[in-house]
Design a protein around this ligand. Structure first.
Ligand SMILES: Nc1nc2c(ncn2[C@@H]2O[C@H](COP(=O)(O)OP(=O)(O)OP(=O)(O)O)[C@@H](O)[C@H]2O)c(=O)[nH]1
Length: 472
């Protein structure tokens, strides 16, 4: 037997949108089904407590997704699930105490949903979120609700007052675990954008291995149960969260069901000790798995964002060409020990002519489009070992695996290609460029070759633009 729900009807509550009715119905049925499943397969002696109350997680998710209208459904589902176990000869007595239990079951997840919205707006994404979920969201509402539920059961004469502490402790574990497992799965499920189907085979293999470990533990050595840990933990590193939590749910449910059949190393001298052993193991397994998975996701996100910012710092956002620092590093490396080592090479500086006028006449967006097309023109001319970069504004630099004469031919082709560029949205727009080019001497610092190419560019501008100037 377990906590239940109650209907709350605010006079001011708005009617739910029609589309939510089927969802409310499905939520209510799921609540009831999981409650039945728990009471049938996961309830253990001596107190007939359901070891994992998954329904509390369903109610929490219903409040988060479907709002306050869930309250009436949760109440009815909880009442229906609990009444058979709480009915007594005096029907009014049974209805009153079941209703109180159902009311408590309705209110606790409602409060939890409010706290989730307040403290975990983006759900579970970091390891700290697990601590927040358990300590700031679950602990207080669940503790209060299980105390009230237990008092209700004692006052109703269903259990003796000597069982108070035991009931409170076990219901606390049961509700926290249920809410944790369902919410973690739900959070991962809604965040899963694409179903990594290849991983489902791995997830199935993990379930099979975990079940095999349990079976071996049951038939042979109880200690084999601990082999489920690596089965679940390995998934943390290779599978999406939604698979990890699905496997965790399956393993935990199987553990509890098997335990009901005197299974494993959890059976101790007294039923109380046995329950405590099992619950400790399940809590540890769940916390480790969910915490480990969150830590892994956090690390992956941080690595992704580190790569992103490194890329942003080294590559130009508009043209996707290297920026100055990245180019200087790459050029030095290529000349010293890479593809250009010992080969003739040239360096060219390409600068668009009177680009300010393009912006002034056609707008900044047109200017951006020109820069993108010019970058495309440049990269089209590149061969293996060549490098291209945008040094800022409308200035580009090329390192060519070519001696000066070849290099001049390449940049002349580039100059012509740029002058022939046309733009669909701006039919009158034309651009030209000036280019300074020079050779790179063996062992020469790339900076000094660049200065000479810059000098030639300056000359090209001075001589009237739209031309290539060479520094021999
Ligand atoms: N649209 C656009 N314009 C840019 C960008 N970066 C720099 N510019 C513009 O490029 C122009 C460069 O102007 P100037 O340095 O005076 O050179 P110019 O007009 O090309 O003249 P010359 O180089 O002497 O031929 C400025 O108007 C900048 O605002 C960019 O990313 N997008």
């Amino acid at each position: 037997m377990t906590p239940t729900v109650k209907a709350q009807s605010h006079a001011s509550a708005r009617l739910p949108h029609l589309n939510t009715f089927p969802k409310l119905l499905i939520g209510g049925l799921l609540y009831y089904a999981l409650a039945q499943f728990g009471m049938t397969f996961m309830a253990t002696q001596p107190a007939n407590i359901t070891l994992i109350w998954l329904s509390v997680g369903v109610a929490l998710v219903m409040y988060l997704r479907l709002g306050k209208a869930s309250a009436i459904v949760v109440f009815i589902a909880s009442f229906a699930a609990n009444y058979p176990g709480m009915q007594v000869a005096d029907m009014v007595h049974g209805v009153v105490h079941t209703s109180i239990a159902a009311l408590i079951d309705t209110l606790a997840p409602w409060v939890m949903a409010g706290l989730v919205k307040r403290h975990l707006q983006s759900g579970l994404s970091r390891f700290q979120d697990l601590v927040t979920l358990v300590v700031r969201v679950y602990l207080l509402p669940i503790a209060l609700s299980v105390v009230m539920l237990t008092v209700n059961l004692i006052l109703g004469g269903y259990i003796g007052s000597e069982l108070f502490a035991q009931y409170v402790l076990q219901l606390l574990f049961s509700d926290i675990l249920g809410a944790l497992l369902v919410y973690a799965f739900f959070d991962a499920f809604v965040k899963q954008q694409q179903w990594p189907l290849r991983q489902s085979a791995l997830a199935c293999a993990s379930i099979v291995l975990a079940l095999a470990a349990m079976l071996t533990a049951k038939l042979w050595l109880g200690g084999f149960i601990f082999a489920v840990l690596p089965c679940v933990l390995v998934m943390i590193f290779v599978c999406a969260s939604v698979f990890v939590y699905s496997v965790l749910l399956a393993v935990v449910a199987a553990l509890v069901v098997l335990f009901g059949h005197d299974f494993g190393p959890f059976i101790q001298d007294t039923p109380m000790q046995s329950l405590f052993m099992l619950q400790s193991f399940i809590v540890t397994l769940s916390m480790l798995t969910i915490g480990g998975r969150l830590l892994q996701s956090q690390l992956l996100n941080e690595t992704d964002s580190k790569h992103y910012w490194q890329h942003q710092a080294r590559f130009d956002d508009l043209t996707q060409l290297m920026q100055r620092n990245a180019f200087m590093d790459a050029a030095e490396h290529s000349l010293r020990c890479g593809g250009l080592k010992g080969k003739s090479s040239s360096i060219a500086v390409v600068d668009l002519d009177l680009f300010k006028k393009v912006n002034d006449r056609f707008g900044h967006q047109a200017g951006d489009e020109v820069l993108e097309c010019v970058a495309y023109c440049l990269t089209k001319q590149l061969r293996e070992h060549d490098l291209a970069a945008r040094f800022g504004g409308e200035e580009f630099v090329l390192l060519l695996s070519a001696h000066l004469e070849q290099g001049c031919g390449i940049v002349e082709r580039i100059r012509i290609a740029i002058s022939e560029l046309t733009f669909d949205d701006y039919p009158e727009l034309r651009v030209t460029c000036s280019i300074g080019v020079t050779h790179v001497n063996q062992g020469e610092d790339i900076g000094s070759a660049l200065s000479r190419a810059d000098g030639s560019l300056y000359k090209a501008k001075q001589q009237g633009r739209n031309q290539v100037c060479i520094n021999h």
